[in-house]
Design a protein around this ligand. Structure first.
Ligand code: SF4
Length: 958
């Protein structure tokens, strides 16, 4: 296949068991009943020309190109919409068919300038390719090709339609449009946004975004599905128009969220021209979102730091040095600190944005080189409660399903997550299932897009007060138990029956009844009852949850409550069900798997286990410390206390991402050697003494593990601009510290992981290349991986029910702080925004806003767009208000993508009782009119400026 669209299918094959045998151009083929002739032909190796059909959307039958003849039947039916029949004899080529196709194509071409412009005959668009394929050499009707565009043409009195370049990444050129509707159908069927429509009739018909709006103004979410579906150049990436068609491609994995979409990075030389979602990608099945598809420009942003830098004091300007000097200096400083303050005075933080191999090396450096276990990762501040809660109840710290499983779900329950913003490709797959009739329950303080959007609406929205998750989920269990809706057979076979009895007695207590829980959660009792009944009796029930569950003082308890609920109803261990944490960052699952926690070696094996330590002792030639090391908050506390002095931070911006910014900055400031290894001078680098430039996902080989436990290959498409991939930097640092590492390629690191970690035993780059991707556990028991976990039995043996007592957070509202702040993400931005803020995505979100209910705004005399001061007991910040009823009265909400507003200045130091995961989702606040930037915002500007000085010159500001 070339680089143009790979469109070769018709109606997807039916799942019917009944088989039908037919012949296509003399070839005999047997396919399931209901398969289209187009697909059957493909499977027989016969390609039928087509224009309106693609493998991504349902058959449409409008272009009249894919016609066939069938013996014994009159006419020339469209092969994409005609199902196969037993004994059918199909002909795809004949003089008559070719004549009809040429005639139809001639009409299309006359309506379209492209066939005869600069792209003619180059095969640049699928349209050109089809014209060439069917032998069209001349057009009798002229090629004006100006239909669908004229301003004021007939009934369409709009003048922007000729060429819409409003979207930063692609254009719509109506002159090139043949109105095949593929873009409209892709928007509806693949993305589920319904932003596009065909307006007008005949020559006036045209694609329209929204209600007479430009693409940018419309509901379009820039997923790129329409661009991918377009067979002409009507919808085309600006990069292709500017730089030409790509010449080569490499399959790799998106470096944004935990969906882990596969893409073809399409290149001219060493320049990425576009990222095209890969249809064989098992997580995304050919779909994408605006971040993975278009927001890769940060890789070449002018602010990227490409040379190592050091400075004595954080008030000094940076000095650019060689890699050798930077690494020798770092190694010397780390050894000095250990000599002076003790072995435990230094530590490291691994990155959920880096590859598994890079993460593995950082924890190895800490354990082998630093000789302690002071290693932690950003999962500390997001999904550490998932690890704890699912580990306790099921025996493994990961989601139970693959994304394909959602196609068998009858009732989906989303708790504390907004996949439409944070996991968009999964959201599209879920929405597709909902449009086919599955039901949805949403538990979230905010009315997210999942509650109600185009063609979907949740059956129940439990708009709970932040901090009451445990009470709500336990109350759902109360209804299931007291109304006898639990799955006794499943529980008797798969769980500990006596623990169930204890749990049933606990949840049956009237204090867990919906009527009692309504008083503290604000959710009407009938809504709780309705949701519980639907989940327990509606067929396959699947739970998807996010940081709205974990980032609470009772985050681990809620995860346990969710696990209990799934066991109670038998919704574990088969397709369509399960408990699925939606992981935030691209490789947060992998970072946890690779032993990034201070108490666990790779594969979640506790550091205190002699047998496990022996494996590494003999391989690494050291005696590992058997005591768990410090977590991130403990490292910062120890730094403030003067006992922790140096840190190596790879690919994380803890100043922006961790709670209680003042405390983080105090900790960093107290250290003597802060080493930041990143793409940009991030906020943490304001306190760094060494800056090691990082490499992007485009510049290295490795693997990411997504929210499904799917290990995907990351493939290098260009040389690292800084000279070294991140794994090479860590290796050189280890060598500078005296370790005898000698990895030649990341595949050797994965081989070491596989040799030492039972759940990865069969994983290798060769195997991944062969399989495309694989979900762990992948070993002799599961040679090709494990799409669905706990089939037939839990990893821990019997599933464990655990009581989930609701304990209200200590973070309470009162007269000083009467509102509750909760935080989240927006579609176009990612995490602390270090990457997405350096792309065109800022057109959709160039500041964090505070959502406030009209009632609360009015009480404070605030209007939409006003500058407001947001204050908690931890700190204050100033940002603009967005007055909306998406939030309930008493609740305010903001995103955390921009460093100049920093929501984490506000969040407190409360954290999950089991894992220290910060309570980001519940902060008591007050909001009022602002009279200027808060004190830290004024200081921030000066601090950031100071950090950008390199011996007199300044690094380009944003
Ligand atoms: Fe896929 Fe997530 Fe990347 Fe979007 S950000 S393309 S959903 S992996």
């Amino acid at each position: 296949m070339g680089l143009v669209h790979e469109i070769d299918f018709g109606t997807p094959a039916s799942t019917s068991e009944k088989q039908v045998t037919l012949t296509v151009d003399g070839k005999t083929i047997t396919v399931p009943e209901g398969t289209s002739i187009m697909r059957a032909s493909m499977e027989a190796g016969v390609e039928i020309p087509k224009l309106c059909a693609t493998d991504m959307v349902d058959a449409f039958g409008s272009c009249r190109i894919c016609l066939v003849e069938i013996d014994g039947r009159g006419g020339t039916p469209a092969s994409c919409t005609t199902p196969v029949g037993e004994g059918m004899v199909v002909h795809t080529q004949s003089e008559r068919l070719n004549a009809i196709r040429r005639g139809v194509m001639e009409l299309y071409v006359s309506d379209h300038p492209s066939g005869w412009n600069e792209t003619a005959g180059t095969g640049a668009s699928e349209f050109d390719k089809v014209a060439a394929e069917i032998g069209l050499t001349e057009v009798r009707y002229g090629v004006e090709g100006r239909n669908h565009v004229a301003p004021g043409n007939g009934s369409l009195n709009i003048d922007y339609i000729a060429r819409d370049a409003s979207n930063p990444y692609f254009t719509y050129d109506a002159a090139q449009c043949i109105v095949c509707s593929r873009c409209v159908r892709a928007c509806e069927e693949v993305q589920g946004t319904f932003a596009l429509t065909i307006e007008g009739r005949g020559f006036e018909s045209r694609v329209s975004a929204g209600m007479h709006q430009s693409f940018l103004e419309s509901e379009c979410v820039s997923c790129g599905a329409c661009v991918q579906a377009c067979p002409t150049d009507a919808l085309r990436e600006k990069s292709v128009l500017q730089k030409g068609m790509p010449e080569s491609s490499t399959v790799t994995t998106c470096a944004y969220c935990g969906v882990g979409c596969s893409f073809k990075a399409e290149m001219i030389g060493e320049e990425v021209i576009r990222m095209v979602p890969w249809k064989d990608g098992k997580a995304n099945r050919g779909h994408s979102c605006v971040k993975g598809r278009f927001a890769y420009g940060y890789a070449t942003h002018k602010e990227r730091i490409l040379n190592p830098m050091i400075r004595e004091k954080i008030s000094d300007p940076w000095r650019e040095v060689t890699w050798e000097e930077a690494l020798a200096h770092t190694a010397k400083e780390f050894r000095r600190l250990q000599y002076q303050y003790g072995r435990g005075a230094i530590g490291g933080i691994t990155s959920s944005r880096c590859t598994n191999e890079e993460t593995y090396l950082v924890q190895k450096l800490v354990r082998q080189g630093f000789a302690n276990n002071n290693v932690d990762t950003c999962a500390r501040v997001c999904h550490s409660p998932t690890g704890y809660g699912l580990g306790q109840t099921y025996g493994t710290s990961a989601g139970t399903q693959d994304f394909d499983s959602v196609e068998h779900t009858d009732v989906a329950m989303i708790i504390g997550a907004n996949p439409a913003s944070a996991h968009p490709v999964f959201a599209s797959r879920l929405k597709k299932r909902l449009r086919k009739g599955a039901k949805l329950i949403v538990i979230d303080p905010r009315r997210t897009e999942m509650v109600k959007s185009a063609h979907i609406e949740a059956s129940h929205h439990l708009a709970l007060k932040p901090g009451t998750n445990v009470a709500i989920v336990t109350s759902l269990a109360h209804v299931v138990v007291t109304e006898g809706l639990f799955d006794e057979k499943f529980i008797r076979e798969r769980c500990d029956w006596s623990e169930f009895q204890d749990y049933a007695e606990f949840v049956s207590d009237p204090r867990h009844s919906p009527e009692e829980v309504e008083k503290l959660s604000g959710v009407p009792a009938e809504t709780i009852r309705g949701a519980a009944r639907l989940y327990a009796t509606g067929g396959n029930g699947a739970i998807y949850y996010g940081l709205g569950v974990t980032e609470h003082s009772q985050g681990s308890t809620t995860v346990i409550a969710i696990a209990n609920l799934a066991m109670l109803t038998g919704n574990i261990g088969r397709k369509g069900v399960g408990v699925n944490p939606l992981r935030g960052q691209n490789n947060v699952q992998g970072a946890c798997d690779m032993g990034s926690f201070p108490h666990e070696l790779p594969g979640y094996r506790h550091i205190s286990g002699d047998t496990v330590r022996d494996i590494y002792d003999s391989l690494w030639g050291v005696k590992l410390d058997d005591e768990p090391g410090l977590r991130i908050p403990n490292m910062l506390d120890a730094a403030v206390d003067g006992t922790f002095k140096g840190i190596y931070i790879q690919g994380e911006d803890i100043l922006q991402s961790d709670p209680d910014t003042k405390h983080v900055s105090a900790g960093l400031e107290a250290m003597e050697c802060v080493v930041v290894h990143d793409l940009f001078l991030n906020e943490t680098a304001n306190y760094a003494h060494v800056f090691l430039p990082g490499s992007t996902f485009l510049e290295k080989d490795g693997t990411f593990t997504n929210a499904e436990r799917r290990i995907n290959r990351v493939r290098k498409v260009m040389a690292p601009k800084n000279g070294l991939a991140d794994w090479e930097v860590t290796q050189k640092l280890a060598q500078a510290m005296g370790l005898k590492w000698n990895y030649q390629h990341p595949s050797e690191i994965m081989d070491e992981v596989a040799r030492t970690t039972p759940s990865f035993a069969n994983v290798s780059y060769d195997f991944l290349d062969k399989m495309g991707s694989v979900q762990w556990p992948c070993n002799d028991k599961a040679p090709e991986g494990t799409p669905i976990m706990h089939i037939g039995g839990f990893v821990r043996g019997k599933g464990k029910f655990i009581r989930t007592e609701y304990v209200a957070t200590d973070e309470k509202t009162g007269p000083r702080f009467p509102l509750l702040l909760t935080t989240g993400r927006i579609l176009s931005q990612y995490n602390v925004g270090a990457q997405t803020r350096r792309t065109e995505n800022v057109v959709w979100h160039d500041e964090d806003r505070l959502e406030i209910h009209p009632h609360d705004a009015e009480n404070r005399g605030l209007r939409d767009g006003d500058w407001v001061r947001l204050v908690s007991r931890a700190g204050e910040t100033t940002l603009r208000a967005l007055v909306t009823d998406r939030v309930s009265p008493g609740v305010v909400y903001t995103t955390f993508h921009h460093p100049d507003t920093q929501a984490n200045v506000i969040t407190t130091d409360f954290s999950d009782w089991a894992t220290n995961c910060p309570e980001y989702k519940v902060t008591a606040v007050q909001v009022g009119a602002s009279n200027g930037p808060s004190e830290w915002q004024e200081d921030y500007e000066a601090l950031a400026k100071r950090s950008r000085r390199i011996e007199g010159k300044m690094i380009a500001a944003e």
